[in-house]
Design a binder for this molecule. Structure first.
Ligand code: FES
Ligand code: FES
Length: 167
């Protein structure tokens, strides 16, 4: 239990989903709580709280991180993307659409993390095969879908991108 009299505060300035954010925050605040409680971005979910499930995944300066393991203060000056920042002007990305088309979603709890990890896979690998996708998704746990349709959606988005590049 944190003694409120001993809480220290600091100023935080960063870019979240393309918008500049400035806040005074307690130094012990986790990035996950900052995003959810201070900014109202509830896409990142809390499940395990210890870096095992990937439900709290966000992209921090171009890299996937578990926001439950990062102090908000560590992200000062950074760029963060949550699932809320992915679609532009209400237009879903190819991968988001592929998740819908492949019926890759059940309860949905893991899906923001899965989609962001999938986007990162597509960014890091020009033409990811099934094994690469499975390995790269190892940090994201889904209790509902059995993974096949999630992997299938990422494969389909990669295929579609490949075809678009050839045309
Ligand atoms: S809640 Fe962060 S990895 Fe599970
Ligand atoms: S869809 Fe329910 S945990 Fe993945």
């Amino acid at each position: 239990m944190i003694n409120p009299k001993k809480v220290e505060y600091t100023d935080l300035e960063l870019n979240v989903n393309g918008l500049k954010v400035r806040k005074r925050i307690p130094t012990h605040l986790r990035l996950l709580d900052f995003l959810r409680d201070e900014l109202g971005l509830t896409g990142p979910k809390e499940v395990c709280s210890e870096g095992e499930c990937g439900a709290c995944t966000v992209i921090l300066d171009g890299k996937i991180v578990n926001s439950c393991l990062v102090f908000a203060v560590e992200t000062d000056g950074s760029e963060i993307m949550t699932i809320e920042g992915l679609s532009k002007n209400g237009k879903l990305t190819k991968l988001q659409q592929a998740f819908i088309d492949h019926h890759s979603i059940q309860c949905g709890y893991c899906i923001p993390g899965m989609v962001l990890s999938g986007e990162q896979i597509l960014k890091d690998h020009p033409s990811p095969d099934r094994e690469t996708i499975q390995n790269e998704l190892a940090g994201n746990i889904c209790r509902c879908t059995g993974y096949q349709k999630i992997v299938g959606a990422i494969e389909a988005a990669a295929d579609e991108r490949g075809k678009a590049q050839i045309e």
